[in-house]
Design a protein around this ligand. Structure first.
Ligand SMILES: *Cc1c(COP(=O)(O)O)cnc(C)c1O
Length: 395
């Protein structure tokens, strides 16, 4: 497909393999295996000398359409889909690394990613050093002769810290390592890490790529050659994306550019409004000029994205009162949904950290994270206004 096409068009017009029926909407192929025309064709498919599906653990046409569409959006040569974001991250390490090698990772990663890298992969001889997402010199200093992978998310969860992808790619490459970026928060609509120098992008498709909280999915993207081992791991170990989930995600991608623009617009307006509210001591959102990495965010993201955090005076008690007082927003740790969600990170998503670790990371007891959805922003403001009044006792 023409690479000069805009994301809105790529999201709709790529990955459109048709069956002989000529259906307009992409088909859902619910089949675990595929029929060959002859014994010779079966042999050729197994030998890899003739393309075509064999078995749905390896390839399913609906899954392939999703992979092609996401690859077009990320500007990637290849995409391999997985059953979840965690499966995609596991496959990245299993496909590219071996025991005795080392990862440098941001300290602020998604909780299950930290558990995977330390408690699971640590048992198989993979070493990890955690460093600040915003201090490139810490990454350079953490490099060892056996370092193979840099891993980060930007913006981070929940503080929306922004990592310098261009600089960290240079440091990784000078060390003979690959840079992998979990692009879950921005999606390719707002940030394309491969164009900034990263080697790999991983996704939890569960979040914005679906966008309506229906299915789990994941993906790894990058150069075809680099992804060979990742695909081999998928084929062999089987954390395959189901055809049904791929079909939901494929249709979800069609509205991704529209949705991301609306998530960002709502979040920007809500962040600006929150800055002036009594009882709110700070607002963290990459689209605010007051954000510590605002200039960097503007240089690598199209807009601020849908996630913001803010700190309330009065600590946990006030934060919990506010959360209990919201009427529209959902109290859930999920994000990337049309429905706005509200979370207290210190007691939920980041509760496995010690109080000292949380304090060092800047995740206070009064911190609240909002994943801003697609409701009308005036209704979201009104909901927060009444909840703030109830929580702080101000009128
Ligand atoms: C949710 C999430 C994941 C894990 O994805 P699953 O689809 O839940 O396995 C990984 N990274 C980030 C940033 C996430 O938000």
């Amino acid at each position: 497909m023409d690479a000069t096409l805009h994301p809105e068009t790529l999201a709709i017009r790529t990955g459109t393999t048709r069956s002989p029926f000529g259906e307009h909407s992409e088909a859902l192929f619910l089949t675990s295996s595929f029929v060959f025309g002859s014994a010779a064709e079966a042999a050729a498919r197994f030998a890899g000398t003739e393309p075509g599906p064999i078995y749905a653990r390896f390839i399913n046409p609906t899954v392939s359409m999703f992979e092609q569409r996401l690859a077009a959006l990320e500007g990637a040569e290849r995409c391999v889909a997985f059953s979840s974001g965690m499966a995609a991250i596991l496959a990245t390490v299993m496909g590219l690394m071996r025991a005795g090698e080392h990862i440098v990772a941001a300290r602020t990663l998604f909780g299950s990613t930290v558990q995977l890298l330390t408690n699971v992969l640590g048992r198989f001889g993979i070493e990890v050093s955690f460093v600040s997402p915003t201090e490139p010199e810490e990454w350079r200093a953490a490099v060892r002769p056996n370092t193979r992978l840099f891993f980060l998310e930007s913006p981070s969860n929940p503080l929306t810290e922004v990592s310098d992808i261009r600089t960290l790619a240079e440091i990784a490459h000078a060390a003979g390592a690959w840079l992998a970026v979990d692009n879950c928060f921005c999606t390719p609509v707002l940030q394309r890490p491969l164009a900034l120098g990263a080697d790999l992008v991983v996704h939890s498709a569960t979040k914005y790529l679906d966008g309506q909280g229906r299915v789990l999915g994941g993906a790894v993207l990058g150069a075809t050659q680099l992804l060979e081992g990742v695909y081999t791991f998928l084929r062999t170990a089987g954390p395959t994306l189901s055809a049904f989930n791929a079909w939901v995600l494929l249709k979800g991608l069609e509205t991704l550019p529209l949705r991301m623009a609306a998530h960002s617009r709502n979040a920007q307006a809500l962040a600006e409004w929150l800055q002036g509210q009594p009882g709110v001591s700070r607002v963290l959102y990459p689209g605010l000029p007051s954000h510590p990495q605002h200039a960097l965010a503007r240089s690598q993201q199209a807009s601020g994205g849908g996630i913001l955090a803010f700190e309330l005076e009065g600590g946990r008690e006030t934060a919990w009162r506010l959360i209990d007082a919201v009427r529209l927003m959902s109290i859930t740790a999920n994000l990337g949904d049309a429905k706005t969600t509200i979370t207290h990170p210190a007691s939920t998503t980041h509760s496995r950290m010690t109080p000292e670790q949380r304090a060092a990371a800047g995740i206070g007891e009064g911190l609240i994270r909002i994943a801003v959805g697609l409701e009308h922003v005036d209704d979201l403001k009104a909901d927060l206004a009444q909840a703030l009044a109830a929580a702080t006792g101000q009128r």
